[in-house]
Design a binder for this molecule. Sequence first.
Ligand code: ZN
Ligand code: ZN
Length: 306
Amino acid sequence: MHTITFLGTSAGVPTRTRNVSALALQLENSKEWMLFDCGEGTQHRIMNTSLSAYHLSRIFITHLHGDHVYGLCGLLASKGMQRCESALEIYGPPGLRELLENVMHLSQLNLPFDLKIFEISEGTLLRYEGFKIDVVALSHSIVSFGFVISFDDRPGHFDAEKARSLGIPEGPLFARLKRGESITLPDGSTIEGSTLVGPPTRGKRIVIGGDNDAPLLFAPYAPFDLMIHEATYTQADFDRLPRKFLHTTAKQLSLAAEQMGVDHLILNHISPRYDKNDRISELLDEAKRYFSGKVDIAYDFMQIGV
Ligand SMILES: [Zn+2]
Ligand SMILES: [Zn+2]
């Protein structure tokens, strides 16, 4: 199972219990992990988990607002101090390169590892071993992206016992059968791999959204096993705001998730007003009114398996 750890779940500014945006995804059976957004203080959050900056291999930035990116330079500098020499890839919107190169130049930050900066755009498809990431353009006051992560299907269970009972020697023939190929034995008989391999397991698909006021922008990629998306306000609070910001309400997100076929919905990027006044349950109640699946409000250090 892959593991998601929430490192920061507050919107805009930190509170006593919530830091600003950051989320870690650690792949199954791997020390390496990926970071999505890096608000100020993220490296302090990382120190309170079993994750190590040393094994951080990729960072994805949804947008360049400070609460999603001001922790980046500090984290890079600390990673550099650990004498980590394997390359680090950073993906984010246009301007990310200028931001990083200016800070690194002005503060004379020289990293011992290769920093590969990739500026992404709508439709960028990133392919890695075992999964792919689609970049989705969102609706916010500056360029903002969401990430749809689709894990590859897993091959079905191979019945090794049955294969042995058919007199097939272990080794290359086993490997070919596992791939579903057919083989011919020395006695001339043919065995189809499909008779020894169970049905494949469907790869999970998850959404990690950036700031956005239109969650249905993810609809072309639906359905989703897990959707992690901002729900900064309840609808009632949003309606009362004298000035509207381009954020999603719990109601709006839940209606969209219901429509898109989401199994598990996690509300994230929570306005500090709910945390400070013990009003978190208002967000959850509103979400449950419009969404029939499993729903949670993210909190710092919350972990879930995918
Ligand atoms: Zn934000
Ligand atoms: Zn923002």
